[in-house]
Write a protein of this length. Sequence first.
Length: 383
Amino acid sequence: MTDLRNIANYDYSLEKIFPDAEDFLPLLGTDYVELYVGNAKQAAHFYKTAFGFQSLAYAGLETGLKDRTSYVVQQDKIRLVLTTPLQSDNPISDHIKKHGDGVKVIALWVEDAAKAFEETTKRGAEPFMQPTVESDEFGEVVRSGIHTYGDTVHIFVERKNYGGVFLPNFERWESVYNPTPIGLKYIDHMVGNVELGKMNHWAKFYKDVMGFANLITFDDKDISTKYTALMSKVMTNGNGRIKFPINEPAEGLKKSQIEEYLDFYEGAGCQHIAVATDDIIHTVSELRSRGVEFLHVPGTYYDSVLERVGEIDENLLKLKELGIMVDRDDEGYLLQIFTRPVEDRPTLFFEIIQRKGAQSFGKGNFKALFESIEAEQERRGTL
């Protein structure tokens, strides 16, 4: 049978309970993230080569699928599904035409997918997928789904009676090309960008429909520069394993990164995926050596960072060389860095994060981060 604990997106040693949340589903972790992409074969090669993911599973014409091909790659507890349509007359094609490559499905691991569907739809969620039993010789999986912001959906996955490689009708993807993993462990959080005036709407959706609590709120005084600003509410489920910051633009002198995203993605969607590591220096060094590009952090950032965050275990000169930022809260500190967009549209990117006790999101780094993003926007002519 599938090792269920191994598929969660969560380090159990970090578990913190949030009593303000109603964990009526409950959510056990992130099962997978599915991206709709223009060429799944090439996208899988990219995520293997650049990010150290390993081949896991495949579904396509050879397994009986007639409308799409999916490659599944995995690194520790992170699973990405990369899906491409096989015809132009296909909803997946429509999604890619409008949004470019992007996150379609944030799949959540549950004990009971039918109950999760019932609980969320009776609280107002729009159905996406009725509870469906999928089976093969390895057992059965039950999946259901609901709509959330933009064209993004949540799929609830119940796999306690399944022992196959991924899902029914997927076969193991055997590949001799599996570059060395780089130390990515699990998904720490996933950020949604929504339209102006919609942040509270979707925060309320996660509270009322899914039982989440508001972990922290950032306003335009917290997240602003001379030119741009945004607002954010971080929503968490009761066991703290799922965290969804929801961002919206705020008034500024120039176009914010959120507005740029909404323009090029053509609507609300997942802005970035934060993936955790236990050794960010090793992980980022490997990513750089494999061609992944990161936002530039001004060297002056490091002149006073230790005065702000206090003593840390890492060598500051090495952090400066790699562009890794540091922040501290009451429970410890964290290290983080952000890639440039991983595709031609300035939309989806990744955050690499290492938590050393801290449960926050790097508030002390916002100004330096946003100035770096604005520099990129200026180069693109979209600021």
